[in-house]
Design a protein around this ligand. Structure first.
Ligand code: CP
Length: 321
């Protein structure tokens, strides 16, 4: 694997291999000194043109736990403000000896464009409404490990609730969940579902959260992305929360074993009305913790020394502790 640009590049076997590698990386993360030399001598550049807390900091932590050197590019204080182009910026950083770019941008397709301007590996850390592949991997890991069903989601009913139209997370998650065998239901106002999705036969659609909430194994709440939304797509006032929010009444309808996930950042009082800390099935902070291990697995898969197994690298790391 040279790049990770979209989940479309990953089949079920590749997803499973990354989930298994994530287990290894999580074990490293649980050690008293959570650091191995697997990527010593490699340089990872974080190039974020859009705000981030979880993804940026977890990639940074992941790279450091693997002993890579890190560069953090801050668009707001860069020569972009003097008119330098995105391409010249990438070529400039490449000339400094970058081995992998982790790219977030508000426009779909920028990570793919970056991959054409550099010999380094490129990881998509979220581009517009398009894709967020490492989010889907960490979500799949969180769900499969919580359910204890290996890497399969066969027979698992996942409801994805809310603003699917503007969500790169939903596009990546649905792709990965279906490849692992899940049954997926989208719960959303029709105006917040991509038009082409109504014709697909692999995802069920409903506008009634109450109709499905008692039947799901996983409730995946999406952030309402008002910053990406044309006005008039959703009812005003509190109506969105009343129809699609997870409140106390709906939380009481969940099965006792149901998991609740959210990619963050949450809109409290909008899609997440209940305090998630009060939900026994909440895995929201597990998602955050898993994000570090998943990103370690992805960086190691892209940059690990060819021919060297992860076990050998981890063994070397163990000796280094
Ligand atoms: N889930 C997610 O991508 O969060 P950030 O925007 O904080 O990175």
């Amino acid at each position: 694997m040279k790049h990770l640009l979209t989940t479309a590049d990953l089949d079920a076997a590749a997803i499973s291999a990354l989930l298994d590698l994530t287990d290894t990386m999580a074990e490293i993360g649980s050690r008293p000194v959570p650091k191995v030399p697997a990527l010593r001598g490699r340089t990872v550049a974080q190039v974020f043109f859009e705000d981030s807390t979880r993804t940026r900091l977890s990639f940074d932590t992941a790279a450091k736990r693997l002993s890579a050197d890190t560069l953090t590019f801050t668009a707001s204080s860069s020569s972009l403000n003097k008119g330098e182009s995105l391409r010249d910026t990438i070529e400039t950083l490449s000339a400094m000896g970058v081995d992998a770019f982790v790219v977030r941008h508000r426009s779909s397709g920028v990570p793919l464009a970056v991959s054409n301007w550099t010999h380094a590996s490129v990881v998509n850390a979220g581009d517009g409404w398009h894709q967020h592949p490492t989010q889907a991997l960490l979500d799949a890991h969180t769900i499969t490990r919580s359910l204890g069903a290996g890497n399969s989601l066969s027979g698992v009913h996942v409801a994805i609730v809310g603003d699917v139209a503007h969500s790169r997370v939903a596009r990546s998650d649905v792709d990965v969940f279906l490849k692992l065998g899940a049954q997926v239901t989208v719960v959303a106002p029709r105006t917040l579902v991509p038009g082409s999705w109504f014709g697909r036969g692999d995802v069920r659609f409903t506008e009634s959260l109450d109709e499905v909430i008692g039947d799901v194994d996983v409730l995946y709440m999406l952030r309402l992305q008002k910053e990406r939304m044309a006005s008039g797509l959703i009812p005003g006032g509190d109506e969105y929360s009343v129809r699609f929010g997870l409140d106390d009444r709906r939380a009481a309808l969940l099965r006792g074993t149901a998991l609740v996930l959210h990619p963050g950042p949450m809109n409290r009082g909008v899609e997440m009305v209940v305090d998630p800390a009060c939900l026994p099935g909440s895995r929201i902070l597990v998602q955050v913790a898993t994000g570090v291990a998943v990103r370690m697995a992805v960086l190691f898969s892209l940059l690990g020394h060819s021919g060297e197994s992860v076990d050998a690298s981890v063994e070397a790391g163990g000796a280094d502790r």
